[in-house]
Design a protein around this ligand. Structure first.
Ligand SMILES: Nc1nc2c(ncn2[C@@H]2O[C@H](COP(=O)(O)OP(=O)(O)OP(=O)(O)O)[C@@H](O)[C@H]2O)c(=O)[nH]1
Ligand SMILES: [Mg+2]
Length: 367
C-alpha cells in the first residue's frame, strides 16, 4: 500500500536459488529485509530453484511468464522487480523488457541502501565509486532501455543519478578521480592530531554481520548514541572512540560497516580503506546476533552468518586476534553452549560487559 507521507515503491521479489547450499527460506527473509531497508513495499514473492540456468533471463521462461501475468493483473502498480541474484546488463534488460518495469538485482539493491545511508563525504565518494564499478560493465545495455531502468527511486538514488547519460570513457575518468579523492581523505585522516594521539593506544574494531548489534555495543561501551537501527546497513561510516578498559588502561574502539552473504565486491573494493582500518586492528570483536538460532540445513542461522563474516575477514587479511561476541542473549529462551574465545552478551541490556572488558585486557596483554 502506498501511504501519503512517504510514497513507497511497490516491489515484486524473485528469490533465486542456484547453488546447492542456497536455502530459499533464509534467502527470502534476507532479501525482504534488504527491501525493507531500501524502503520498498514488497507486494509478493516468487521462488525459483534454478536447475537449467537460462543465460537470457536466469529464471526459466515459464517463471518469467507467470510473473509477467501477475504484474499485468495485479491491483497495485509494480514499480520494480527485485531479483535476488547478480544479473548481467543484458539479463537485466531482457527481464525489464519482459516485465515492462524496472529490474534491480541484489547487488544493485545493496548499493542503493548504501547510497541512501551515506552521510560523510568519504562514504558518499565510496558509494559513488561502487555505483560506477557496478554500472561500467552494464552501461551499454542500460542505455538502450529508454528509461526502463527508471530515472528515480530505488537503484537510481544517491550520487549516481545521472549516470545513464555517461559514456565509458567519462565513467572511467570519474572513477580514477574518486579513487584519488578517497585516498586523500584517508591520508588526511591518518595525519590529524587526534588520530596521532590515538595511534599509541591499542586498536579494537567491531566487525560482524549487518544488524548484529555492533553500533549498539559501541554505544553501550562508550556511553554514546551513534545511529543504530533494525534496518540492514545502518552504519556506513567508521566511528572511532576512546574506550576505558578499567585499571587506568585505554584503547580505541572502531565501529564499521556490516557484512552480508555475497557482499557485492564493488562495495568491498570501494570501501577498502574503511575496511582496512577495521581489519588492521590489534583485536577484532566479532559481533554475532545469537538470537538468529533457527535451524537451517542442520546449522543455526547465526553460525552461517559467522562463517560468512569469517570468510570475508580472512579475504581482507584481518588479524586473527578475535573475540566472538554472542550478542542479543536477552532474546534467548534456552541456554546455549559457549566455546572458548566466545562471550555471551547483551548490548541492549548491558549484560556481560565487565567480562568482555576483562577478556579484552587479557587479549591485549594489558594486565
Ligand atoms: N534485543 C536486543 N536487541 C539488540 C541488541 N543489540 C542490538 N540490538 C538491536 O539490533 C538492531 C541492530 O543493531 P545495530 O547496533 O544497528 O547493529 P549493527 O551491527 O551496527 O548493524 P549495521 O550497522 O546495520 O550493520 C537494533 O534494532 C538494535 O536495537 C541486544 O543486545 N538485544
Ligand atoms: Mg551499525
Amino acid at each position: 500500500m502506498k501511504n501519503n507521507i512517504v510514497e513507497k515503491e511497490n516491489a515484486v521479489v524473485i528469490v533465486v536459488a542456484v547453488k546447492k547450499e542456497d536455502n530459499i527460506e533464509r534467502k527470502k527473509e534476507e532479501i525482504n529485509r534488504l527491501c525493507y531497508s531500501a524502503d520498498l513495499n514488497v507486494v509478493d514473492n516468487f521462488y525459483q530453484k534454478v536447475k537449467d540456468f537460462n543465460k537470457r533471463t536466469v529464471i526459466g521462461s515459464g517463471k518469467v511468464d507467470e510473473i509477467k501475468e501477475y504484474i499485468a493483473s495485479c491491483d497495485e502498480i509494480i514499480d520494480v522487480v527485485i531479483v535476488d541474484y547478480p544479473l548481467t546488463g543484458s539479463q537485466m534488460k531482457n527481464l525489464a523488457d519482459e516485465f515492462r518495469t524496472k529490474v534491480i538485482d541484489r547487488v544493485g539493491l545493496i548499493i542503493d541502501i548504501f547510497a541512501r545511508g551515506a552521510k560523510s563525504r568519504e562514504a558518499k565518494l565510496q558509494v559513488k565509486l561502487a555505483q560506477d564499478l557496478y554500472l561500467l560493465p552494464r552501461l551499454s545495455q542500460m542505455q538502450g532501455t529508454s528509461g526502463r531502468f527508471g530515472s528515480a527511486g530505488v537503484g537510481m538514488r544517491g550520487p549516481g543519478e545521472t549516470k545513464l547519460e555517461l559514456n565509458r570513457r567519462i565513467l572511467e575518468r570519474e572513477m580514477d578521480n574518486l579513487k584519488s579523492q578517497i585516498e586523500k581523505i584517508k591520508t588526511q585522516r591518518q595525519s590529524t592530531r587526534r588520530e596521532r594521539l590515538k595511534s599509541n593506544l591499542p586498536k579494537i574494531a567491531l566487525v560482524g554481520y549487518t544488524n548484529s548489534g555492533k553500533s549498539s555495543l559501541l554505544n553501550t561501551l562508550v556511553k554514546e548514541s551513534i545511529y543504530a537501527d533494525d534496518k540492514f546497513f545502518a552504519t556506513l561510516d567508521t566511528t572511532t572512540r576512546k574506550l576505558y578498559l578499567g585499571e587506568g588502561k585505554y584503547s580505541v574502539l572502531t565501529d564499521t560497516v556490516g557484512f552480508i552473504s555475497d557482499l557485492p565486491h564493488q562495495l568491498v573494493d570501494a570501501f577498502s580503506s574503511t575496511l582496512e582500518e577495521a581489519t588492521d586492528a590489534d583485536l577484532l570483536l566479532h559481533v554475532v546476533d545469537v538470537s538468529l538460532d533457527k535451524n537451517i540445513d542442520g546449522k543455526k542461522e547465526y553460525e552461517i552468518n559467522m562463517a560468512v563474516t569469517e570468510k570475508l575477514l580472512n579475504e581482507l587479511g584481518a588479524t586473527k586476534n578475535r573475540i566472538v561476541i554472542l550478542n542479543k542473549c536477552d532474546l534467548l529462551d534456552k541456554p546455549i553452549e559457549i566455546k572458548e574465545n566466545q562471550i555471551l552478551l547483551s548490548a541492549k541490556k548491558g549484560q556481560g560487559l565487565n567480562r568482555l572488558l576483562e577478556m579484552i585486557k587479557n587479549r591485549l596483554n594489558l594486565q
